[in-house]
Design a protein around this ligand. Structure first.
Ligand code: ATP
Length: 133
């Protein structure tokens, strides 16, 4: 049958360019599963893993916001940061998690809560992907 081309691109690198059978992402308004012959679509992404099925196997990468376009059996994700499980520095993510948690707990008058929560989400999702995939 038909396959999907999946491209995940960051300012630093092309993280994925693969032919896949299925893509699962979390858009701002909920989960989005994309199979071949999906209608054209643009969506904003949450800080949440992108998973894809290939040859009966599910694999995931981190995605830290950005957007996705589906067109002509190509799924293109443009995101500020994305890592494969083997490229995640766990110690770095653990210290980022602690830093964000400490900021949120201390709750200084000038705290940017949205920014601290986003940093925490990035760290937690990196730890998930590094551990599970
Ligand atoms: P930190 O505070 O540790 O820099 P961050 O969430 O602020 O984390 P980002 O701004 O999301 O980092 O990413 C900056 C760059 O560093 C991106 O290229 C991203 O892929 C990479 N990066 C961030 N954290 C990790 C990690 N734990 N392992 C591998 N690469 C990482």
């Amino acid at each position: 049958g038909k396959t999907l081309h999946l491209e995940v691109i960051t300012p630093d690198a092309a993280v994925l360019h693969e032919d896949v059978d299925f893509v699962l992402v979390r858009a701002l308004d909920g989960d989005l599963g994309i199979m071949p012959n999906h209608a054209p679509l643009i969506a904003s992404l949450s800080i949440w893993p992108l998973c894809y099925d290939k040859g009966g196997k599910r694999q995931c990468v981190t995605v830290a916001s950005g957007f996705l376009e589906v067109h002509d059996n190509t799924v293109t994700v443009i995101t500020p940061a994305s890592e494969k499980p083997e490229d995640i520095d766990v110690a770095r993510a653990q210290s980022a998690e602690k830093r964000a948690e400490d900021r949120l707990v201390a709750h200084a008058a000038d705290l940017d809560v949205t920014r601290a929560e986003a940093a925490l989400q990035r760290a937690l999702r990196r730890l998930d992907v590094a551990e599970k995939y």
